[in-house]
Design a protein around this ligand. Structure first.
Ligand code: SF4
Length: 713
């Protein structure tokens, strides 16, 4: 084999990679710290989304393939005991037995699975079929709940369906890029590089960045609005107020294509610019300049990610961004639109496959009886097999453990013992679980300490499957290495459990291509129609959806809604009128600082991969907390000192970085470090679980803390 083309399995940008096996490099083989040979990586120039560009994470991915792998099923009776190696039969029989017991007790809703945007589409799909179809519980949720479920809810409520309407080409066609709640330079670097290059070359193109921190993204902007955390809706309504006052709205578009503008306009009078600027903590001229950029631009492209989504009013924030696009007609045309960037490599595929507790495959929802009937028919199930009630979301699986309502928790490809909010409460709940199955690639990993059964999963590169990136481009990731030990693909494990439960016909798949073939049937006639896609076809290269049967991937526009019709009952998009309640946990005299959390360019989520890559760990070996110089002076601390951060829920310790990049009264810490890498420095010891009531996405981005200098060692 000379080389193999695949997709980077880190972030939702979805860059194409080209990998060469160690033996084909023709020079001394590089090895990781455990002596395993390392595959060489470069960007795939033919991948339409990334055109050969990759960042440091993609460039070092192969250093994390072999180290610390979980190779065999393991089991123990209680969390105090050491794990013992067992056969697959023993492990799967134990799971099947537990599921059967809960079914016999009429407690199918005590069965929960918590999956991941790291899943390939086939993994997602098979899990949906097992839980939502065969077992009749919608208790499948994914870590995407913590990442972009507000974007899903916002798109559905405003536009009638999920699905980002834009594409990456829009980055080079816009007049104004409006980045809010996204540190794109560090979290979606290849998207940002493309935008920055275009912005640099075209002086007329404007870039606005809204972020309480002066991030690398903000450094590149024409205008940085360092708003107070939690004032996004005020800012967006303030911009809308000015656009309306200046008459810079597209009444023709609104009359023909939308509903609800009068109700929205009615609330905008409560947002005079002086008041908004004061509330947001910015200058009046900054607010006016942002509105002026919107007003003077033919095409505005908004980008956002977790700074918007991870909020107790996440859906309202997303809808308020979309409002600006609807009132100015900035949607369905090149260079314009509300573009949510997904965090994980296949979070989009998860949305397509129905991978949240309220969704079904093909952008369907469990509450809709027609949707349930359509899925039941393709799955060959009796009418009424799928429950009409949304299942447990990620956090309610945790609270369900506390109340004893969860009798089996099956976690796969995610690390909730680090990533969940209010982590001490999460860990205490996990300790109460009657049976936890943990299916993952690595060991050690924080969550495995809370499991009774460990199942070794084959990772990307060791199984064939599909991933969809943020711009709806679908890429086949072929298997090119054997899985280590007895590791198996996630979808194979789910299918095997299904067969052992008696659903032989339902899980009679010979390979991942067959799973995918069944999945695409469920997209027929839907917005995300992928009936023209198959593994065979995607072996020739990535294709963007929609791609109905007969479309070669070029017959449709790269954007959604180019005819300005939306998948709502009357074809019109909807305005939503929202006032903000601010942060769920405002500061007070006891907890006077807002802690905001985020990501670093080099690290990925809970460091399950990047923590094992030396180059990356050398760059960022330990967690830190950024604080403004005047706040630091007041506390009597200096660069490099240790500080105790305390919230109503817990405590964590950080090394201090003093910087003017953060506003006074706000501090920042990266979210990556869990107990495995830095004991007692977990940011989620501090965060709370208050969530958006619509998307159920927790407000991981902000909580109130106090800071206490640590004296001596
Ligand atoms: Fe991978 Fe994202 Fe970096 Fe692209 S930008 S190489 S997808 S981590």
């Amino acid at each position: 084999m000379d080389s193999v083309k695949t997709l980077c399995p880190y972030c939702g940008v979805g860059c194409g990679l080209e990998l060469s096996p160690p033996a084909a490099i023709g020079r001394a083989t590089n090895r990781d710290s455990q002596g395993n040979p390392i595959w060489r990586v470069k960007g795939d120039r033919e991948h339409p989304s990334s055109k050969g560009h990759i960042c440091v994470k993609g460039g070092t991915i192969t250093e994390s393939l072999e180290k610390d792998r979980l190779k065999y099923p393991m089991m123990r009776d209680s969390l105090d005991e050491p794990f013992q190696r067992v056969s697959w039969d023993e492990a799967l029989n134990k799971i099947v037995e537990r599921i059967q017991t809960l079914r016999n007790e009429q407690r199918v809703d005590a069965i929960c699975m918590y999956g991941s945007g790291q899943f390939q589409t086939e993994d997602y799909y098979t899990a949906q079929k097992l839980l939502k179809g065969c077992l009749g519980t919608n208790n499948f949720d994914a870590n995407s709940r913590l990442c972009m479920s507000s974007a899903v809810a916002g798109y559905i409520q405003s536009l009638g369906s999920d699905g980002p309407p834009c594409c990456y080409d829009d980055l080079e066609l816009t007049d104004c890029a409006f980045l809010i709640g996204t540190n794109t330079a560090e979290c979606h670097p290849i998207v940002f590089n493309r935008l920055r290059k275009y912005h640099k070359k075209n002086r007329k193109v404007k870039m606005i960045v809204v972020d309480p921190r002066r991030t690398a993204t903000a450094e590149a902007a024409d205008l940085h609005l360092a708003i107070q955390p939690g004032t996004d809706i005020d800012l967006l309504n303030g911009i809308a107020h000015l656009l309306m006052r200046w008459g810079k709205i597209d009444t023709l578009f609104m009359d023909d294509c939308t509903r609800g503008f009068p109700q929205y306009a009615a609330i905008l009078w409560h947002y005079p610019p002086e008041l908004v600027a004061r509330k947001c903590g910015i200058r009046l001229d900054e607010l006016e300049q942002a509105a002026r950029y919107w007003a003077d631009s033919e095409r505005v492209l908004s980008l956002w990610s977790m700074g918007i989504n991870q909020s107790s009013e996440g859906t309202a924030k997303v809808r308020t961004i979309i409002n600006l696009h609807l009132m100015t007609g900035n949607i369905g045309k090149p260079g314009a639109g509300p573009f949510s960037l997904t965090g994980q490599p296949n979070a989009m595929g998860g949305r397509e496959a129905g991978g949240l507790a309220h969704l079904l495959p093909g952008y369907r929802v469990v509450k809709n009886p027609e949707h349930r009937a359509e899925v039941e028919q393709v799955w060959g199930l009796e009418p009424g097999s799928i429950s009409p009630h949304p299942g447990r979301d990620a956090w309610s699986m945790i609270t369900g453990l506390e109340t004893g309502d969860v009798g089996l928790l099956w976690i796969a490809a995610t690390n909730p013992a680090v990533s969940m909010p209010d982590i001490e409460r999460t860990k205490a709940a996990l300790r109460q679980s009657p049976l936890t199955v943990y299916q993952d690639v690595y060991d050690p990993i924080e969550t495995s300490s809370y499991a009774h059964i460990l199942l070794p999963a084959a990772q990307w590169s060791e199984k064939t499957g599909i991933m969809t990136n943020s711009e709806r481009t679908v890429t086949l990731c072929p298997q090119f290495r054997p899985p280590p030990g007895e590791a198996r693909a996630d979808w194979e494990i789910f299918a095997e459990v299904g067969r052992r439960l008696g659903f032989e016909r339902e899980f009679d798949f010979v390979d991942a291509a067959e799973v995918y073939g069944e999945f695409v049937q469920l997209t027929q006639g839907r917005l995300c129609d992928m009936t023209g896609l198959s593994h065979e076809r995607l072996r020739e290269g990535p294709i963007q959806w929609p791609c109905p049967q007969g479309d070669d991937g070029t017959a449709h526009d790269k954007r959604l809604y180019t005819d300005f019709r939306f998948p709502t009952p009357d074809g019109r998009a909807r305005f939503g009128a929202f006032h903000s309640n601010g942060l769920a946990e405002p500061t007070d005299a006891d907890y006077p600082f807002v802690l905001t959390v985020g990501r670093l360019y080099e690290h990925w989520h809970t460091m399950t991969r990047t923590g094992r890559i030396e180059k990356i760990m050398k760059k960022h070996p330990k967690p830190f907390l950024e604080i403004h110089p005047r706040d630091a002076r007041k506390l009597g601390i200096e660069e490099g000192n240790w500080i105790e951060a305390r919230s109503r829920r817990g405590v964590a310790y950080f090394s201090v970085r003093v910087t003017k990049a953060i506003a006074r009264g706000t501090v920042f810490a990266p979210m990556h470090w869990g107990a495995l890498w830095a004991k007692r420095s977990e940011v989620n010891a501090l965060t709370h679980s208050e969530a958006c009531p619509i998307s159920l996405e927790p407000e991981l981005k902000a909580c109130a803390i106090r800071l206490i200098p640590v004296r001596g060692e």
